[in-house]
Design a protein around this ligand. Structure first.
Ligand code: F6P
Length: 412
């Protein structure tokens, strides 16, 4: 590489996003980039000229290893939507002025479907105005909802955390016997895609039957049927565990979480904050059946649990970052790195790049055939798909009994 590289992190953080950052950094240096800059808070920070020279902060191999084990966005993240090019060119002029000043040859953005919108617009503007800078996306999202890729870095670690937590919740529920029984509703992230919620099935094994029901957002949720199923289950067992997506909706399109005391926050991409589904359903069941209930929102913990990260996920995240730099160095722009699965057993994948126009703003959901007919559990195909992605561990560096992270010395 003759020029410099700039990298940003965007959207919801994950336990693996910093491993992609490590991959970008290492590969850029190996390929001869003089400087690797990091945008603080993604494109939003870059517009305010907030960036750092990463070589001042990642100084040795231990820093790289700690970075890979540090959850959340080391550089800070953002949910910032660039205007359409024909609406406001001044934003693009400003960004390209900064990129030219920093002699940027490759712009790498680690993010999900909304973040790929940024890559799409910047590469389009670059082509329109004859710029040479290359724009490449590295996939990231716990939601696993990016089109054209088998899966996304961040998903495997979150899935592992969810499977483990649901198993621990099931164990806990088996311990105490309450009068009419105990119903635990576990709320899992993923917006309109049920990949993460489906991962609750990973609790299943020789020593555990797994959760009793799993409700994905792809299938309309019927409250009456749900309560009836819970009643039936309580006739046979004293503890029922149900995994629900934060994004489950009624037939009429209303989110279940909106039936309770919902939060009105909407982000720059028009996504409503989804929270309170488990709380609503647990109160409803308590009222209808009179049993003890508990609602558990896995919330931030499911995407920040790097102590339980999947080794496959952390390594693939790093690989995705490296592949993004290589693609830019080889002249690709307006593309995102994708994973193509070659086989499940032994698990094998390869990376390639795909046109970001076909990925940005799209949502890949769980196929209907991967959910049982009743819409209350995932099938064997789903389990076969997800199992390889949670394999292996990454030992945290423990200091004083707590995992050590790479600390960000700058403010976001
Ligand atoms: O897109 C990733 C994600 O974790 C979704 O699963 C979730 O709905 C959303 O981000 C939450 O975003 P925030 O942390 O901004 O509330």
């Amino acid at each position: 590489m003759k020029g410099n590289v700039i990298v940003g992190q965007s959207g919801g953080p994950t336990a693996a996003i910093n491993s992609s950052l490590a991959g970008v950094y290492r590969t850029a240096i190996e390929r001869g980039a003089k400087k690797v800059y990091g945008m603080r808070n993604g494109i939003e920070g870059l517009l305010e000229e907030r960036y750092v020279d990463l070589s001042e902060h990642i100084t040795n191999d231990l820093d790289v290893e700690l970075l890979k084990r540090t959850p959340a966005a080391y550089l800070g993240s953002c949910r910032f939507k660039l205007p359409e090019i024909h609406e406001d060119q001044s934003v693009y002029e400003k960004i390209f002025e900064i990129l030219e000043k920093l002699d940027i040859e490759a712009f790498i953005y680690i993010g999900g479907n909304d973040s790929m919108d940024t890559i799409k617009k910047l590469s389009d503007y670059g082509i329109l105005t004859g710029k040479t800078c290359k724009f490449v996306g590295a996939p990231k999202t716990i939601d696993n909802d990016l089109a054209l890729t088998d899966h996304t870095p961040g998903f495997g670690s979150a899935a592992k955390y969810i499977g483990t937590s649901v198993k621990e919740i099931i164990r806990d529920g088996e311990s105490l016997v309450y009068g009419k029984g105990l119903v635990t509703v576990v709320e899992i992230m993923g917006r309109n895609a049920g990949w993460l919620t489906g991962a609750a099935c990973l609790a299943e094994g020789e020593d555990c039957e797994g959760p009793d029901m799993i409700y994905l957002p792809e299938i309309p949720f019927d409250i009456q049927k749900f309560v009836a199923k819970v009643k039936q289950l309580l006739e046979k067992k004293h503890s029922v565990v149900v995994a629900v997506s934060e994004g489950i909706k009624l037939e009429d399109g209303r989110y279940v979480c909106e039936l309770g005391s919902s939060v009105d926050f909407v982000d720059a991409f028009g996504h409503k904050q989804l929270t309170g589904t488990a709380n609503y359903l647990a109160s409803l069941v308590a009222g209808e059946i009179g049993c003890k209930t508990r609602s558990i929102e896995l919330s931030t913990l499911q995407r920040a649990g790097s102590h339980l990260a999947s080794r496959v996920d952390i390594l693939e995240a790093q690989q995705a970052g490296g592949a993004a730099v290589m693609a830019a160095d080889e002249g690709d722009s307006g593309v995102m790195v994708v994973f193509e699965r070659i086989s499940d057993d032994p698990y094998q994948v390869k990376t390639e790049v795909k046109n970001v126009h076909k990925i940005a703003n799209d949502e890949r959901v769980v196929p209907r055939e991967w959910v049982n007919e009743e819409g209350t559990y995932v099938t064997a195909e789903f389990k076969r798909y997800v199992r390889p992605l949670i394999q292996g561990d990454v030992s945290p560096v423990m200091v004083d009994g707590i995992p050590r992270h790479l600390r960000r010395p700058f403010k976001c």
